[in-house]
Design a protein around this ligand. Structure first.
Ligand code: ATP
Ligand code: AH0
Length: 383
């Protein structure tokens, strides 16, 4: 075992609902201990600024360009992450100098794998100066520079979690981790630990966009809106007929790859119901590209809290011979798994270990990645 480090992971995902923070003790191979975690929600005005940032990012041609308000947004986003770290340390009675490294994802504002372009805003140097902790950031770029899709990167962490399953857990290969975030992604772990992973379809983003536009609410809490509606098969088929699902080559998704329905397409309730079905059905459709259908699907991400998505997933998985478990059923935390992964990947980056593999991002060979922003050497402790 390598040296065990204490790492904090920071994730601001495609749903743009806030910052997830998690602490992990790891050598980048074995997970020694999963520590506390927390979520710090963005206020609605900051979410609006992020949405505007996504629009402005569409004109980016080189990944360091920051058109419009993006430079200012990057600074403010980074400062919010610094505040999240400070709150997290305070709330958990942790001293800053007990943390070896921060794994900082930043916010994806543009992802065009076909053009080898992926942009995560987040200033690692500023975060290191603000927190006085070393920061590893920009972890997708090197994968793309080597021909990978730049995403998903969480599979290396899923594999480490799966290695920790005891025989008594009753989890036999092939198992799949499914992350239902803004976009969903699936990690397949077969016998012999072969990992195959890719984005599996729209997650919660379409549902969020739909209920926000037609009911003024940020998301369909508990699937309450969807549970009042019916699946519109034609509308569902329109999404599921997208070339993404039939393509021979798996590719990672940008938040804007799928658009919400037009207002005339459905009532509020039927739209939410249909999109919840699409989320579940997309996962099963994408699973068809795996070498074998999984026997167990372990679900993490906010979508597992939508019972309508989960019911559809359970019945579709059952029809394909699989069962569905929320991450919590295995003692894992479905809210903090991505943040934990970023902590894990930061330690792997420090050790020069691969973050991605041909089976996860399509990269030509396993590659490490991430940039290190060292904390200022003569820094005084801050409160
Ligand atoms: N109680 C709930 N009921 C229904 N849906 C929920 C609930 N809580 C969260 N969600 C959904 O989960 C989304 C957030 O999920 P999550 O935090 O996993 O996404 P993310 O990390 O931003 O995305 P990604 O994994 O794509 O980067 C919310 O936008 C919402 O749609
Ligand atoms: C470019 C980008 O930020 N992609 C995210 C997004 O959110 C889910 C899915 O699309 C996944 O590919 C990825 O995040 C996860 C955490 C990953 O890299 O593993």
């Amino acid at each position: 075992m390598g040296k065990v480090l204490t790492a904090i992971g920071l994730m601001s995902g495609t749903s743009m609902d806030g910052i997830d923070v998690a602490l992990l003790e790891t050598d980048g191979e074995t997970i020694v201990r999963r520590g506390p975690s927390a979520g710090y929600a963005y206020e609605p005005r900051f979410r609006d600024r992020l949405k505007q940032g996504l629009e402005e990012a569409k004109s980016i041609r080189k990944r360091d360009e920051r058109p419009g308000t993006l430079a200012e947004l990057e600074r403010d986003l980074t400062l919010r992450h610094a505040e999240a770290i400070k709150s997290f340390l305070r709330e958990n009675n942790l001293l800053m100098d007990t943390v070896d490294v921060i794994g900082f994802h930043g916010q994806t504002v543009l992802h065009r794998p076909d053009e080898a372009l992926t942009v995560q805003i987040g200033d690692g140097g500023l975060l290191a100066r603000e927190t006085l902790i070393d920061v590893v950031y920009d972890m997708r770029a090197n994968d793309m520079a080597h021909g990978g899709q730049g995403a998903p990167l969480i599979p290396a962490y899923h594999a480490a979690l799966a290695r920790g399953f005891s025989e008594s857990s009753g989890i036999d290969a092939p198992v799949a981790f499914v992350n239902i975030g803004g976009i969903s992604n699936i990690t397949y772990i077969g016998a012999g630990e072969a990992i195959i992973a890719y984005d599996s379809g729209p997650g919660n983003t379409l549902i969020d966009q739909w209920v926000e536009a037609h009911a003024g609410i940020p998301y369909d809490q508990g699937g309450m809106v969807a549970s009042e509606g019916s699946v519109l098969p034609q509308l569902a088929d329109r999404y599921l007929a997208h070339p993404f699902f039939s393509s021979e080559k798996r590719r990672s998704l940008d938040r804007n790859d799928f658009a919400p329905p037009a207002a005339a397409d459905a009532s509020l309730e039927d739209g939410a119901r249909t999109l919840a079905h699409v989320t579940a059905a997309a996962i099963l459709r994408s699973a068809r590209h795996l070498p074998e259908m999984p026997s167990t699907y372990i679900v993490c991400g906010g979508g597992r809290l939508n019972p309508v998505i989960m019911r559809d997933l359970v019945s579709l998985a059952k029809a394909a011979g699989g069962r569905v478990l929320a991450a919590e059923a295995l003692g894992l935390n479905g809210d903090s798994m991505e943040a934990e992964a970023w902590a894990y990947l930061a330690v792997r980056s420090l050790r020069g270990l691969p973050l991605s593999y041909p089976g996860t991002t399509g990269v030509g060979r396993p590659v490490s990645g991430g940039r290190l922003a060292a904390r200022p050497m003569d820094a005084e402790a801050i409160d």
